[in-house]
Design a protein around this ligand. Sequence first.
Ligand SMILES: *Cc1c(COP(=O)(O)O)cnc(C)c1O
Length: 231
Amino acid sequence: MSDIADQLRHNLSAIEQGIESACKKAGRDRATVQLVAVTKYAEWKWVEELIHLGYQHLGESRPQQLVERSEQTTARVRWHMIGQLQRNKVRKIITLTHLIHSVDSLKLLTAVDRIAAEENVNPRVLLQVNVSGEESKQGFSPAEWKEVWTEVEACNHVRVSGLMTMAPLVDNPEDARPTFRKLKQLQDEMNQSSRVELRELSMGMSHDYQIAIEEGATLVRIGSSLFEGLG
Ligand SMILES: *Cc1c(COP(=O)(O)O)cnc(C)c1O
């Protein structure tokens, strides 16, 4: 157990330093950035150790694993659903999740709103935006934004709290910057023209989180560098 804890502490301290230095560079307060520990590939004993170290914000990409893991612990975990979500899986996770990052279509948005009404909950969600326009990526295109917004304003149960994106896979993290910047611009535009306030920007992973923070990320989703050296 203690080897796991040592390695995790080591990794976490490197990530923490990275977050702090990016905040400093951008003139931001460290408290404005939340680390979401992405546990999708982590063994359960590593996750337990992470929880033990005081980390509460955990991200899973498969609904089934999120459900199973939420049943395996009595600790207070705030589960983040970050992966593709099918409509028939929404009911399973809706009462368990702190935040759904991956609402990527109008059909999914309206399904979440309807199910939220039926379950009498007000889930917080982010809209996933395909900023880079890659075919392989999920999410709304900035071009369909008007239509999306009409639908967002019609939702009575879901609380749309922000935007999420995945940057293209690039060797140099600096090349992800334009994607992050565009998401931030979209957030600013929406906040000027709508009654719904988008506070959150979920962007940045192991490779590029510092750039994302410089561009305004409030949630960074970090997996591989957190569990490096384990297993
Ligand atoms: C896996 C995953 C991450 C974490 O990526 P790493 O490169 O391992 O840090 C972040 N966001 C999403 C949506 C993921 O699926």
